[in-house]
Design a protein around this ligand. Structure first.
Ligand code: G3P
Length: 221
């Protein structure tokens, strides 16, 4: 399963990229609004695309297909690894077809049902983004949606990648991998939780303590 980082915070993206943990980035207008400040938005977005080689999702703001298409084209011109995020609406799917016909990658976002996911794949979406956390928030089982989409896509050999979004905790990530999602996009706070384990820390402390007690040093060559 590929791992994307779900943030627009350039420091977090740099740290995760340096650690070799991420294959791409997803942003959205809410995430950008937290970090962009007075920066030039195009420069800021371009900087993100330079930190990772993999796909960087940048979202349109228009709600009509013509506007989405034209904003998508503009965003795609920023860098080769830009993928255009469009909402899962009738206009969004029209824009998806048009952008895909021009060879632009599209991430269809705000997916909350298996029927929506099937329509997005038929429109040629590169990625489909089901939001598991927001479904859990309204007492649905977000992960059930991932399993349903996996089954439907496999039934028909659809190659749209399932990009699990709105991940809130490590269990979401593990369940996504067990179901066979293609990508999980993970907020920084969750990403670091995936890596850490208290028993790992305790184990290192014990090894170092025992080595020191026995005066063990690593021989240099
Ligand atoms: O990328 C969008 C998605 O991950 C949003 O997550 O936590 O705002 O539902 P959240």
């Amino acid at each position: 399963m590929k791992i994307f980082i779900d943030t627009a915070d350039i420091q977090e993206i740099r740290r995760a990229a340096r650690a070799g943990l991420i294959d791409g980035v997803t942003t959205n207008p809410s995430l950008l609004s937290k970090v962009v400040g007075d920066a030039n938005i195009a420069d800021y977005m371009k900087e993100i695309t330079e930190v990772v080689a993999g796909p960087v999702s940048l979202e349109v703001l228009a709600t009509d297909s013509e506007g989405m298409f034209s904003q998508g084209r503009d965003l795609a011109s920023l860098a080769d690894n830009v993928v255009i995020k469009v909402p899962l609406t009738e206009d969004g799917l029209v824009a998806t077809r048009r952008l895909r016909a021009e060879g632009v990658g599209v991430n269809v976002t705000l997916c909350f049902s298996p029927s929506q996911a099937l329509l997005a794949a038929k429109a040629g979406a590169t990625f489909i983004s089901p939001f598991v956390g927001r479904l859990d928030d309204i007492s649905h089982q977000g992960m059930e949606l991932i399993a349903q989409i996996r089954e439907i896509y496999d039934n028909y050999g659809l190659d749209t990648e399932i990009l699990v979004a709105s991940i809130r905790h490590p269990l979401h990530f593990v369940e996504a991998a067990m179901i066979g999602a293609d990508v999980a996009t993970v907020p920084p706070a969750v990403l670091w939780k995936l890596l850490n384990h208290p028993l790992t820390d305790r184990g290192i402390e014990a090894f170092l303590r025992d080595a020191e007690k026995a005066n063990i040093e690593i021989p240099s060559t």
